[in-house]
Write a protein that binds this ligand. Structure first.
Ligand code: UD1
Ligand code: MG
Length: 453
């Protein structure tokens, strides 16, 4: 059989009881993306002929997640969880319609890299009928053991519960990822029985059945970290940690400086340019990109934001979805920005809320400026023209427009549009009473003396 685009089968029918959750296990997230999403993205990077996903009954939200990431995938519902071989056979129509290789992935194993899947496919090209992704387990308890012959070929996979004491001493384990190049996988899997400790149809039995038919199985090894299977929230946190370490390393190798990498958290889709400096304690939610040379100071939180080249953000800044910062923009401490575009060189350096705004280049937003964008029912926009200066402690009551190069005096509550080049002031006139302070102090001192004396 010639190498051709494979059929990928993803097993996601497990309830994940040990997650102790109302949510199906595979929807729990690593780096802001469901574990299933990670595996679907891995599958998308493979030149698959078809993608089949096996889910359990009543998993509409899992089906929705599949539709979101892989609209072309075919979804099969396994009514009862009778084992991994039964799960793959649930996709029988897809198996029978496909003449080439089949790759099985688990939706709860989110850290596998595409190069590893490629290595597995190379094993098929090298003549194996079944290629199993194995790893050396620090603690092999619970895993299927890979029983190999002296020539390195695989004899069988023995599930932990069925293994003898001697077999249990084997530390080379099954990750769950398998690739097949056999004449008919469904015919092969139909021969698997359930006479075992769990009374389940084990996909792993395909190895011994194949060997009896003269089909060679081989093992491809990968680091244990990559095949971490998530069954509990403890393992979910482990997967997150491993993913973050990988992302930090990649960001640094790609040319970003992370002063304290272990305190920076990325999302699955974070994009970081070259010569970006990220200070400690920064969290990147989904959908953030940082262009070359930008500086992110300590303690920032970003989500759905684009940060332009050479911008300076933080410390303690919060960028929410729809934020688009042009190049050389400066955002300082305790500034929150939502759904707003800031042009080149615009500044909001202290204590401001900027929501639903279009802010031109070189605009200065003074300390404590608030965009009053919400009237309790609707959101409204604020537009500020190029070069305008908004004095400190200004409230801009939207919808409102400030013309280019205009000034707004500090403390103003601006409810009407301000023309270009104008000064807008909205505050009561200041009054001075000369000598008042001294008189006040002596009057109060007399009162105090009368009281205590
Ligand atoms: C499986 C392997 C074991 C391997 C381990 C790695 C088998 C028989 N055993 O064991 O060799 O070391 O994974 O983690 O394959 N699933 C279904 N339907 C079912 C049963 C399972 O969709 O009827 C899915 C689960 O959702 C999960 C995957 O298949 O994504 C593995 O099932 P699980 O029950 O976790 O298998 P293990 O006992 O861990
Ligand atoms: Mg498992």
């Amino acid at each position: 059989m010639a190498t051709s685009a494979p059929l990928i089968v993803i097993l996601a029918a497990g309830k994940g009881t040990r997650m102790n959750s109302a949510r199906p296990k595979v929807l729990h997230e690593v780096a802001g993306l469901s574990m299933l999403g990670h595996v679907l993205r891995l599958a998308a990077g493979i030149d698959a002929a078809k993608l089949a996903v096996v889910i359990g009954p009543d998993m509409d939200d899992v089906a929705a997640e599949i539709a979101r990431h892989a609209p072309g995938a075919e979804v099969f519902v396994q009514q009862t969880q009778a084992g991994t071989a039964d799960a793959v056979l649930t996709a029988r129509t897809a198996l029978d319609a496909h003449a080439g290789d089949v790759i099985v992935l688990y939706a709860d194993t989110p850290l596998i890299e595409s190069s590893t899947v490629a290595a597995l496919r190379q094993a098929l090209d090298a003549g194996a009928g079944i290629a199993v992704l194995g790893f050396e387990a620090t603690d092999p308890d619970g895993y299927g053991r890979l029983l190999t012959a002296s020539d390195g070929s695989l004899i069988a996979i023995r599930e932990h519960k069925d293994a003898s004491a001697e077999e249990r001493r084997v530390t080379l384990c099954n990750s769950g990822v398998l690739a097949f190049r056999v004449p008919s996988l469904s015919a092969m899997l139909s021969r698997i029985g359930n006479a075992n400790a769990k009374s389940e149809y084990y996909l792993t039995d395909a190895v011994a059945i194949g060997r009896a038919d003269g089909i060679r199985a081989s093992v491809v090894c990968c680091p244990e970290d990559e095949v971490l299977g998530v069954n509990s929230r403890v393992q979910l946190a482990q997967a997150e940690g491993l993913w973050q370490d990988r992302a930090r390393r990649k960001a640094m190798l790609d040319g970003a400086t992370l002063i304290s990498p272990e305190t920076v958290f990325f999302s699955f889709d974070t994009v970081i340019g070259r010569d970006v400096v990220i200070e400690p304690n920064v969290v990147f939610g989904r959908g953030v990109s940082v262009a070359d040379g930008a500086e992110i100071k300590a303690f920032c939180h970003f989500e759905g934001a684009r940060i332009g080249a050479g911008a300076e953000v933080g410390p303690f800044a919060r960028l929410r979805p729809g934020t688009d910062l042009g190049s050389k923009v400066r955002i300082g401490n305790f500034v929150e920005i939502k759904n707003s575009v800031l042009g080149t060189g615009a500044k909001a350096n202290h204590l401001s809320y900027v929501g639903d705004g279009s802010i031109g280049p070189r605009v200065n937003i003074g300390a404590g400026t608030i965009f009053c964008n919400y009237d309790g029912f609707f959101k409204h926009r604020t537009e500020i023209g190029e070069g305008a200066f908004i004095g400190s402690n200004t409230s801009l009551v939207a919808p409102v427009k400030i013309g280019r190069d205009a000034y707004v005096g500090s403390g103003s509550v601006i409810t009407k549009d301000v023309p270009a080049e104008a000064l807008a002031l909205e505050r009561s006139k200041q009054e001075e009473r000369p000598g008042w302070a001294a008189k006040f102090r002596s009057m109060m001192a007399r009162r105090k003396a009368a009281k205590t004396g």
